[in-house]
Ligand binder design. Structure first.
Ligand code: GDP
Ligand code: IMO
Ligand code: MG
Length: 418
């Protein structure tokens, strides 16, 4: 019997704790798929005290029985996958499949990304991994796909042509044209290491869905970083929202079942761009310390602030969330008062939606009573009453049920609300 795929999607500016929930749900999944982004993503998962950092690999790799798919919507850095991620695991042959239609992200994409950031008057604060340039090449039809590793001679020649065609641009950015032999050798290495994983994942996923397998779709980044619906230009270069899963995997909207949004009990953002509830005082510092808010991918400090219910309500509607997982509630432990942004002020008027230019809004807060500790709590009824009241108030504001509450990084410290 045909099945529908459930989905996990970030509702803020990334790093909401998606990895922990995907891992939690992957225990019951047959297949886990990534559909967008690249190794700009950093998903940290803690299992029995051991920490895993995943960037391109779906978080299902930690369930030995799950198949993992990297879809066509991903930009794939073979170097990162081979040297960093695959080394954490013994052998993923037969458990990992990479779309032949995914675009290759080369070291020169990272060089372009970093050079463009240096040349910009106002930097985006990208991860510097080459994500924007790789997607740009895809869109202007100057990209190369994973399937082309089948013929590395032709691919190497095409890449040299690409450099020759853009010689002026590359010399302005002080990026050298690669030598054919060195490039060919690099591509051969990619093919040798990844060849066994490359396949037509579109048909494979259809087969899984049609035969009733339980499929989980893992979003990367967050809704406010979406190229169309986020805080442009301070966004990433892909559709991070649930709709991105269709184009990024070759499925249709009817293939999607439950959409679970992931939101932190407060807000963080890495890189530049608007962040209405950012706290520049001691509360923000306290959240950063308690939440260990340092980027998994770049080691940068994350900016911190209170929960933005206007942004999460917008994100929930955009993604079609059926339910929400509220993460890192324990980070707010010990605060006397906890604030939530319930509306914005724009040009002297109170609004309750995300406007075109988020830079210009001021947050309007409501204050809630704090609680001592929720750390490690696993049952809703064991939560302090003020924490329960906070969860219930958020639920009303974002108009979506909160069905999961996370109280520590550990896989098992997770409250499931029936
Ligand atoms: P992702 O990108 O959305 O997967 O999130 P990251 O892994 O980048 O960042 C979330 C961080 O918070 C990770 O270090 C997790 O181990 C950690 N984390 C997840 N859930 C909780 C929680 O409930 N409490 C605390 N204190 N940490 C958590
Ligand atoms: P996960 O999956 C947080 C941010 C960067 C920068 C902007 C553009 O771990 O939630 P890019 O390198 O994508 O061109 O950078 O997007 N960014 C993330 N922030 N979590 C992520 O992924 C991110 N991926 C990209 O910091 O502001
Ligand atoms: Mg992350």
């Amino acid at each position: 019997m045909r099945n529908r795929a459930d989905m996990i999607v970030g509702l803020q500016w990334g790093d909401e704790g998606k990895g922990k929930i995907v891992d939690h749900m992957a225990q019951k999944a047959d297949v886990v798929c990534r559909y967008a982004g690249g190794h700009n993503a950093g998903h940290t998962i803690v299992v029995d005290g051991t920490k895993y950092a995943l960037h391109l690999l779906p978080s299902g790799v930690l369930n030995p029985n799950a198949i993992n798919i990297i879809g066509n919507g991903v930009v794939l850095s073979p170097e990162n996958l081979i040297n960093k991620e695959l080394k954490q695991f013994k052998d993923l042959k037969g458990r990992l499949f990479i779309s032949d239609k995914a675009h290759l992200l080369f070291p020169y994409h990272a060089e372009i990304d970093q050079a463009k950031e240096r040349l910009r008057k106002k930097a985006i604060g990208t991860t510097g991994k080459g994500i924007g340039p790789a997607y740009a090449d895809k869109i202007i039809r100057a990209g190369y796909r994973v399937g082309e590793l089948n013929d590395t001679e032709t691919l190497a020649a095409k890449i040299i042509d690409y450099f020759t065609d853009n010689e002026t641009l590359f010399s302005t950015m002080e990026i050298d044209i690669p030598k054919y032999d060195v490039l060919k050798q690099l591509l051969d290495w990619y093919r040798d290491e990844l060849g066994d994983y490359i396949t037509d994942t579109t048909h494979l996923l259809w087969e899984y869905l049609d035969s009733g397998k339980r499929v989980l779709l893992e979003g990367a980044q967050g809704t406010m970083l979406d190229i169309d619906h986020g805080t442009y230009p301070y966004v990433t270069s892909s559709n991070t929202i649930s709709a991105g899963a269709c184009s990024g995997l070759g499925i249709n909207p009817k293939d999607i079942g439950k959409v679970i949004g992931i939101a932190k009990a407060y807000t963080t953002r890495v890189g530049n761009g608007p962040f209405p509830t950012e706290d520049f005082g001691s509360d923000g510092v306290r959240m950063a310390d308690a939440g260990k808010e340092v980027g998994t991918t770049t080691g940068r400090k994350r900016r911190c602030g209170w929960f933005d219910a206007v942004a999460v309500k917008y994100a929930s509607r955009l993604n079609g969330c059926d339910e929400i997982a509220l993460m890192k509630l324990d980070v707010l432990d010990g605060f006397e008062e906890v604030k939530v942004c319930v509306a914005y002020e724009l040009n002297g008027e109170k609004i309750d939606y995300v406007p075109y230019d988020l830079e210009r809004v001021k947050p309007i807060y409501e204050t809630f009573k704090g609680w001592d500790s929720v750390k490690g709590v696993r049952e809703f009824n064991d939560l302090p009453s003020n924490a329960k009241a906070y969860i219930k108030a958020l639920e009303e504001m974002i108009r979506t049920k909160i069905t999961i509450v996370s109280t520590s990084p550990d896989r098992n410290d997770t409250i499931v609300i029936k």
